[in-house]
Design a protein around this ligand. Structure first.
Ligand code: KG4
Ligand code: ZN
Length: 353
């Protein structure tokens, strides 16, 4: 079965062709970083317009690269949610319409299920059951996965997602959008122990996360060190101290360390609570090297294993949508003309396969 996958939930247009026998045949990703950089974050209307411009040309390119004709394609998987509604609508309309025109089924895919299953695109895949740590710009969740579609959320962020906290703190440090990877890079030249931030919600039982207080703690230090103007939310101080770059790196180090530690503490609890010793990490923040290293050590200690997607499939991409869609299309797809876009959608609502 050959599936065309379309991802358009946020600021990346991802297109892929996945064959259930041959694996991934081709994939393309267009990132809108340049479109949003001047604004310091994603502008939803600009995101939608750019998806309109890029989706069809990328579909044509992927089909040409894999030497695939429209008659070879058995179904279309499109990201249906959660995400920005306008951006979702573009992929959903194009996916649904192409499926109608080509007389094949279409399947709406849950974006976080796409992330969760992304490690299945690698050679060495995790066996069920496993615990999935989903860490992206919009979500931080620990999910018990018994099978595809059998998901139970063990804990999640009650406020900001981990990626969001990375991005907001990066912005305060004067780093360009998207801040997560830039902050991680800056942290490489940071000195350990200069600053110490809290590990939120680790002093009480439970698997929920909270990152907004951590972001505020970082903001207070950034302000008190004179990096941004006192009283302002993010205006960079032109009279900042001479060693400002080192101070920024030290803050970035301490912030990343706090996020990584907090996540690791919750993962350890999830492993101990469930007895499951396979951990999958996915979503944009799973590209973070410190997080990967910390969780690898944790699972080694528990005589378990950790799995994650290759770097390019940690962040949004079409391959994970094509893969997730292929699993679901083997069970159901639809030929109705309903265009399904759901900005809010819990992964627990998905039917088991
Ligand atoms: O999964 P994703 O591409 O989009 C969403 O579904 O949200 O995740 C994007 C998030 C952003 O917040 C970005 O800053 C963060 O992932 N991110 C990172 C790293 N690479 C991407 N955060 C920390 N360290 C990284 N290396
Ligand atoms: Zn994502």
């Amino acid at each position: 079965m050959l599936i065309l996958g379309i991802e358009s939930s946020c600021d990346e247009t991802g297109i892929a062709l996945f064959d259930t026998n041959k694996g991934l045949l081709a994939h393309e990703l267009y990132s809108q970083i340049d479109v949003h950089a001047d604004y310091g974050g994603v502008v939803p209307e600009l995101a939608s317009r750019d998806h309109v411009r890029k989706t069809i040309p990328l579909i044509k390119k992927v089909m040409a690269d894999a030497n695939i004709a429209k008659d070879d394609i058995d179904g279309i998987a499109y990201t249906s949610g959660p995400g920005l509604v306008g951006a979702l609508m573009v992929g959903a309309c194009i996916g649904r319409s192409l499926a109608f025109a080509w007389d094949i089924p279409a399947v709406p895919v849950h974006h976080m299920e796409g992330h969760l299953l992304a490690p299945m695109l690698e050679d060495d895949t995790p066996a069920f059951p496993f615990i999935a740590l989903l860490v992206s710009g919009g979500h931080t969740q620990l999910v018990e996965v018994k099978a595809i579609g059998d998901y139970q959320i063990l804990g999640e962020s009650i406020d900001d997602a981990a990626g969001e906290a990375f991005d907001k703190t990066a912005k305060l440090l004067g780093l360009d959008y998207p801040g997560g990877p830039m902050l991680a890079k800056l942290a490489e030249s940071g000195t350990p122990g200069v600053y110490k931030f809290p590990r939120p919600m680790t002093d009480r039982p439970g698997l929920d996360f909270s990152f907004s207080g951590l972001k505020t703690a970082a903001a207070n230090v950034i302000r008190s060190e004179g990096i941004i103007l006192a009283g302002s939310k993010s205006t960079q101080n032109e009279d900042a101290p001479e060693n400002v770059e080192q101070i920024k790196a030290d803050i970035a180090y301490a912030f990343q360390e706090a996020v990584v530690d907090t996540i690791a503490i919750k993962c350890r609890r999830a492993v101990e609570q469930t007895g499951i010793k396979t951990l999958v990490i996915a979503g944009g923040v799973s590209a973070n090297t410190e997080l990967r290293n910390k969780l690898a050590k944790l699972m080694e200690k528990h005589k378990g294993q950790v799995y994650y997607p290759r770097h390019e499939f940690c962040t949004d991409n079409g391959a994970m949508i094509a893969y997730a869609g292929a699993q679901r299309l083997q069970k159901y797809g639809d030929r109705d003309l309903l265009i399904k876009a759901r900005p809010r959608w819990s992964i627990e609502e998905l039917p088991a396969i």
